[in-house]
Design a protein around this ligand. Structure first.
Ligand SMILES: [Zn+2]
Length: 252
């Protein structure tokens, strides 16, 4: 049975939608991930875990949305950024298209933390329209496991943790001999509770936050399997959930 929307014909899609009200929608970004990782890292990881979950659960998976909200990476060449308003609207119209065919449950598999605020707003707006969208992100999903595998300096943007997952999925497009290790230049303006409008270029010259040279394909594979099992678990629970139970409660 096909599970990828872009591989189905419209008649096959019709058959799926006649029997199912759930779909997976991966999204990421196209932004710098240090000299060793591809620009597509965030959307390529989201695509891989969503597609693998689709195979294991029989739930339809859409094409990955490759561009996200990445203005903070713009000084690094090749980063493509979409404004939050347009991004949210684009995602919304994709979800509404699914809803036209009867989809009421959408699992958004987000590979880029910078998209989260817009996606959370979107999920609330969709619930108003009786569509229940959950957002899955791999790094919190594996949060119990990750500290056993990676030190704190290996766990930030483009460092060993993310590079390892990439290596496990796409070994041919990760260039480990270019892997950078860089101590993050913390801002003197930074105090507890303060959010600053700084860019990645304010913190690092290579684009890597911390250490990436210790990335390993073996660690990446273990982490990846843990992530996919979490997502499979979530999709199976949502699949069985009654739509009435997912909708907003009436006034008290
Ligand atoms: Zn990333």
């Amino acid at each position: 049975m096909k599970v990828l929307l872009h591989e189905m014909s419209w008649t096959e899609a019709k058959e799926y939608f006649a029997k199912n009200d759930i779909a997976l929608l991966p999204v990421g970004s196209n932004e710098q991930h240090g000299p060793q990782n591809p620009l597509g890292t965030d959307h390529l990881i989201a695509k891989a875990i969503a597609e693998e979950t689709a195979k294991r659960t029989g739930v339809l998976c859409l094409q990955v949305i490759p561009f996200g909200i990445s203005p903070h990476h713009k000084q690094f060449w090749g980063t493509i950024s979409i404004s939050p308003k347009i991004f949210k609207q684009y995602m919304k119209e994709g979800c509404l298209s699914l809803n036209y065919y009867g989809v009421k449950k959408i699992v958004i598999v987000n590979g880029h933390g910078g998209n989260l605020n817009a996606l959370s707003e979107l999920a609330r707006e969709l619930r108003e329209k009786k569509i229940f969208a959950s957002i899955f992100q791999w790094w919190p999903a594996a949060s119990k496991l990750l500290p056993d595998f990676f030190k704190p300096e290996e766990r930030r943007h483009a460092s060993a943790e993310e590079t390892s997952v990439n290596l496990a999925l796409y070994p041919n497009i990760v260039t480990m001999d270019k892997a950078a290790d860089e101590t993050v230049h913390e801002s003197t303006l930074q105090s507890e509770g303060v959010t600053l409008p700084l860019d990645t270029a304010d913190y690092t010259g290579s684009g890597v936050f911390g250490k990436s040279s210790t990335a390993s394909i073996e660690k990446g594979k273990v982490v990846l399997e843990a992530i996919v099992s979490e997502l499979v678990k979530h999709v199976n629970i949502l699949k069985k959930a009654k739509i009435e139970d997912l909708m907003q409660k009436p006034k008290v």
